[in-house]
Design a protein around this ligand. Structure first.
Ligand code: PNW
Length: 452
């Protein structure tokens, strides 16, 4: 008899979104503008001039979206709070109406037996704070902790899983080094400073949580395992730099209280020294780590690539998604076991995993077949099971994303949803991948044992 796939009894199955990507109505009910509000209204920065003004109109369709999650059998839902809905100026006066939206969302989820996981920062810095330097201003740690406290006091009686930051690497690399994401800076002196104050802010929010909260708080990072393209010493060194830059830049300080030495090599004189007390603030004990996994990277030395001097090598026989990311499920197993080996036995969640593929139009019978996404999910769900088999303490999995949504500077051109959204009518249509994922949840993973 073949062995059936089994997941731990309390393993949580969920889906994920973020505020600016789905909500729409960014200025409703007294909310202040965020840096994304500014970025999307600066001509030329977002593909086709797309904005999050409407997005999935989730701000007004929240109840029916929660009902849809319930129909799909979701057990958990990871969403983010828009800081400038709660604090229109980023600090100071609380906007009760903004906070009330998230309270209604949490209550709707709980009524449907869906566990909320709340991310405090998914890239939408209040514009008023960006005017004061945003992540470059050391005061941001206090502002962030104050914002976090407002939210903890309101929702910690109902929310058991909190995340401080979503993907600080993307915030600094996209927002401050290469400028593809808000606030759109391109400055190698700024990126290391943003990194440091992001991590101080993470630490300060965790400290605030120990004072205000009673449940679990963690950090969410994106990890892309790096594999050397050859045995050449220069490729191996380039791979170590790429790994330090993306995978260890935030986890090492959060867990060990130090930055990887390679960062000095990468940034040179732009990598500053920081006072010892900062590292104490950053290294707060956390309750879990969230890992966002999409792809891997085969890495070679490349003098022309700034500032890493490392480039990805395209894999000839591999499948690539519409964002140009190789489909490589083994990398998810490798990532989870690497985190365990390097950082110890901290509980883990896969907080994002998914793929953008071109989807056919919705058929007349309301079906949409997305076999590539089904295949991606099946492989990656088996990959997390392999990691659990190898002893990783994985507590749950969140597919990215529940809905097709605003994919940042790529606008609506890339669809990650397991539910199709018609951005003209706002009609939701679960894709075949949603039905597949429903069956995974309903069988607690058992269907993954069946042949494809
Ligand atoms: C994540 N990378 O971004 C974000 O958390 C989501 O908001 C986003 O929609 C999703 O992935 C899909 O893009 C990432 O280059 C962006 O490694 C870039 C990388 C990873 C994650």
């Amino acid at each position: 008899m073949t062995q059936r796939i089994q997941f731990p009894p309390k393993f949580l199955w969920g889906s994920a979104t973020s505020a600016y990507q789905i909500e729409g109505s960014p200025l409703a009910d007294g909310a202040g503008p965020s840096i994304w509000q500014r970025f999307v209204h600066t001509p030329g920065l977002v593909r086709d001039g797309d904005t999050g003004e409407m997005a999935c109109d989730h701000y007004r369709r929240m109840e029916s979206d929660v009902a849809l999650m319930s129909e799909l059998g979701m057990q958990a839902y990871r969403f983010s709070i828009a800081w400038s809905r709660v604090l229109p100026e980023g600090k100071g006066k609380v906007n009760a109406a903004g906070l009330a939206f998230y309270e209604r969302l949490v209550d709707a989820l709980l009524k449907n037996n869906i566990q909320p996981m709340v991310t405090l920062y998914h890239w939408d810095m209040p514009a008023a704070l960006d005017d004061r330097g945003g992540w470059l201003n050391p005061d941001i740690a206090g502002w962030f902790a104050d914002y976090a406290s407002v939210v903890f006091r309101k929702l910690d009686d109902r929310v058991k899983l909190w995340a401080t930051l979503n993907e600080p690497w993307v915030v600094t690399d996209g927002g401050y080094l290469h400028g593809a994401l808000a606030p759109g800076h391109k400055n190698r002196f700024e990126a290391p400073i943003a990194t440091h104050h992001l991590m101080r802010s993470h630490g300060a929010a965790v400290q605030a949580y120990r004072a205000e909260g009673k449940h679990q708080i963690g950090l969410v990072v994106n990890i892309e395992p790096k594999y050397a393209a050859s045995d050449l010493p220069q490729d191996i060194a380039a791979t170590a730099r790429a790994e330090a830059y993306m995978n260890r830049q935030y986890l090492d300080p959060a867990i060990f209280g130090t930055y990887p030495g390679e960062l000095k090599e990468i940034f040179g004189e732009a990598w500053p020294e920081w006072p010892e007390e900062d590292y104490k603030l950053i290294k707060q004990p956390i309750d879990f780590l969230g890992v966002n996994y999409y792809t891997r990277n085969v890495t070679r030395h490349d003098e022309a690539s700034w500032p890493l001097r490392a480039s990805p090598v395209r894999q000839k026989s591999a499948t690539y998604t519409e964002t140009g990311w190789e489909v490589y499920a083994q990398g998810l197993t490798d990532t989870l076991t690497w985190v365990k080996q390097r950082y110890g036995d901290i509980p883990l969640y896969v907080t994002e995993n998914g793929a953008a593929f071109f989807d056919p139009p919705v058929a007349e019978n309301d079906r949409l077949d997305d076999p590539l996404r089904v295949n991606y999910l099946r492989k990656h769900l088996r990959a997390i099971h392999s990691a659990i088999d190898a002893g990783v303490d994985l507590r749950g999995y969140f597919v990215w994303s529940l809905l097709d949504n605003f994919e940042w500077s790529l606008g609506y051109s890339k669809r990650f949803g397991i539910v199709h959204v018609d951005f003209e009518t706002q009609k939701r249509t679960p894709k075949a991948s949603a039905h597949f994922y429903s069956k995974v949840i309903a069988s607690h993973g058992d269907v993954l044992s069946n042949p494809d």
